[in-house]
Design a protein. Structure first.
Length: 572
RNA sequence: CGGGGCGUAGCGCAGCUUGGUAGCGCGCCUGCUUCGGGAGCAGGAGGCCGGAGGUUCGAAUCCUCUCGCCCCGACCA
């Protein structure tokens, strides 16, 4: 491809709207252009990379027996009503009516469609197991898109669905998908961390997310430095920490704590660490007040709490709701609570005794709060947020670390959530009717591309791994008007292409500085420069984008050198 | 949906406080010169100042409403 013909233009300055590195570079390098919030056009360079990622995905999915299909984006709402998701999913599901006034949706995922398909096709156990996948546009009217391609409202997802006769078969297949996922990401130049994940609105019995650890990631992940434990912070847990226990429980007594409402203030005022306090956090769970008791130094994990309460409608309770139950904000007490309030305690209430807690009276707290003070505290569960430095729940000496990650993919053991809702059965070899078991597996393709840039770049631009680079090499002609030199470069361009290499040829009448800077920005793996100076040095200059070193190859052997270098750097 | 920020030429921005119908840098076009890390000179094109309404003799500038974009939070395969 001649750069003079390429439909793309670079920016000299960083686009103001972009914050994350990949967003900046994708715009700056002329790879994507925005159409609206979270909606982008892929220009030729980005599309070539996207296609390479897709090709890798297809190879790996085919390798584990996947069969590619393509399902519709436009779905009758009826299907989604069948599984209940038409109602349960919020406005990120785009709903509309067709010309005949039938309710329709734009698919944000394809469990409904594929499960319906399966129920029409599956008759016998002989057809099981199988796995279908597609790479299809997904529409999600995200409440908040951001970060360029990292989180968008219309995107490409590889989604796969496997169907099994029993759980054992799903359990056997699931690790194969896991391995295929690792291969896909590694082939794209990423080394993701697979973490145990919350299943969210998808449901199911187990799931893993594949996290690319970078600062710009939206998720918090937790991992152990000793064993393999890794989890999304949403559902991570830790082992009981070391804590102080007084030899005996004392009787509670009130202490004056004027104008000290936050745990921090109270602890400082009374001269105790926050771990010796018990704090109260109120939630509105679908209109009901829930009182959460948790040790003062630990944060409530709302995902865990929501899972425990089996609700997705969970917000901090407003003053109205508190007042209604006669609770004094800032001094709320886990003692003497009205019967109307549900109490949920984090397991950390057992990590110590004689705590400081609220007195439910402005300006007062109580000393020596113990679990025995309130017999109504019976729900003691793990709803705390894991902190960096906490002890690993799985091994002896491990310490947990927290980091940020981009969710590249997510795999689920769905079980029968959808096959139950849609009655998908098969006949076993005894002629008995059995429920089909499902797994589902997603990868965000554009997000994966963004993640590659987040990981592979420097201050001058992208540094593509060859596997997903839009072209293999960037050929620069510094002919300065010399027709001979130009002819040599044209000849080399032809030879490189004839050798099967994908070449981006900067044939523009631009100054060397512009060409070098654009080459760095585009970030193709290898830069090949032909100029008066390079000829004087003995041929053409070869420079890897990822390295500072420059090698000279004789002009008549340039193609061989290029191939050798590219092949040697094939794996990034 | 809450909180914050921003909409002026393709990109980055100034002008707005103190109203007088728009400017800078880069990019773009033409010519000449130049040619190894974003060249020089000369000439040129390009903007209903996001939109609507209002105040005013007069609005990019003041007021009201609205739309869009970005960030944080809520939310979220």
């Amino acid at each position: 491809m001649r750069l003079s013909q390429l439909f793309s233009s670079t920016y000299r300055e960083d686009p103001a709207e972009a914050q994350t590195i990949s967003h900046k570079l994708l715009l700056k390098a002329g790879m994507i252009r925005p159409l609206g919030t979270g909606i982008y056009t892929y220009l030729p360079l980005a599309l070539r990379s996207l296609h390479k990622v897709m090709a890798i995905i297809r190879e790996e999915m085919d390798r584990i027996g996947g069969q590619e299909i393509l399902m519709p984006v436009m779905n009758p709402a009826e299907l989604w009503m069948e599984t209940g998701r038409y109602e349960s999913i919020g406005s990120e599901l785009v709903r509309f009516h067709d010309r005949a006034h039938r309710p329709m949706v734009l698919a944000m995922t394809h469990e409904e469609v594929v499960t319906d398909l399966a129920r029409r096709e599956i008759k016998s156990h002989r057809q099981l197991p199988f796995m279908t996948y597609q790479i299809q546009t997904k529409i999600r009217d995200e409440p908040r898109s951001r970060g360029g391609l990292l989180r968008v409202r219309e995107f490409h997802m590889k989604d796969a669905y496997s169907f099994h006769a029993d759980y054992a078969d799903l359990d056997r297949y699931y690790p194969r998908v896991y391995d295929a996922y690792m291969r896909i990401f590694e082939r794209c130049g990423l080394k993701p961390l697979a973490v145990e994940a919350d299943t969210g609105m998808m449901g199911g019995s187990g799931s893993h997310e594949f996290m690319c650890l970078v600062e710009s990631g939206e998720d918090t992940v937790v991992w152990c430095d000793k064993c393999g434990y890794a989890a999304n912070a949403e559902n991570a847990t830790s082992r009981e920490p070391l804590f102080q226990m007084d030899p005996q429980e004392l009787d509670p007594e009130e202490v004056a704590t004027p104008d000290r409402e936050s745990i921090q203030d109270v602890a400082e005022f009374l001269g105790v660490p926050t771990s010796r306090t018990m704090k109260a956090v109120f939630y509105n769970a679908g209109g009901n007040l829930v009182f959460v008791v948790i040790r003062g130094d630990i944060e409530v994990n709302e995902i865990k709490l929501g899972n425990y309460l089996r609700t997705t409608e969970l917000t901090l309770a407003g003053p109205d709701l508190l007042e209604k139950h006669g609770i004094v904000a800032g001094y709320a007490s886990p003692m003497n609570l009205p019967e109307s309030v549900r109490i949920v305690a984090d397991r950390s209430v057992g990590w110590g005794n004689n705590f400081i807690a609220g007195a439910n009276k402005p300006g007062f707290h109580i000393k020596n709060f113990n679990l025995s003070c309130n017999p109504r505290i019976t729900d003691v569960v793990d709803i705390g947020t894991v902190r960096s430095g906490d002890l690993c729940p799985r091994c002896e000496n491990g310490i947990l670390t927290l980091g940020r990650g981009i969710e590249l993919g997510h795999i689920f053991k769905l079980g029968t959530k959808y096959t139950d809702a849609m009655n998908v059965d098969y006949l076993d070899d005894d002629g008995q009717r059995n429920r089909v078991i499902m797994g589902c597996y997603g990868i965000g393709v554009g997000r994966l591309l963004s993640a590659v840039i987040e990981v592979h770049h420097d201050e001058n631009g992208i540094i593509w791994p060859r596997s997903v680079a839009p072209y293999d090499l960037h050929l620069i002609s510094l002919d300065a008007g010399s027709e001979d030199l130009r002819a040599e470069t044209e000849k080399l361009y032809g030879e490189l292409q004839a050798a099967g290499l994908a070449v981006l040829f900067d044939d523009r009448d631009e100054s060397p500085g512009v060409k070098f800077n654009d080459a760095d920005l585009y970030g193709l793996p290898l830069r090949v420069t032909l100029s008066k100076r390079s000829l004087k040095k003995g041929g053409v200059e070869l420079k890897l984008r990822a390295s500072k070193d420059i090698e000279i190859a004789p002009l008549n052997q340039a193609v061989g050198f290029v191939r050798a270098i590219l092949d040697a750097t094939n794996l990034v």
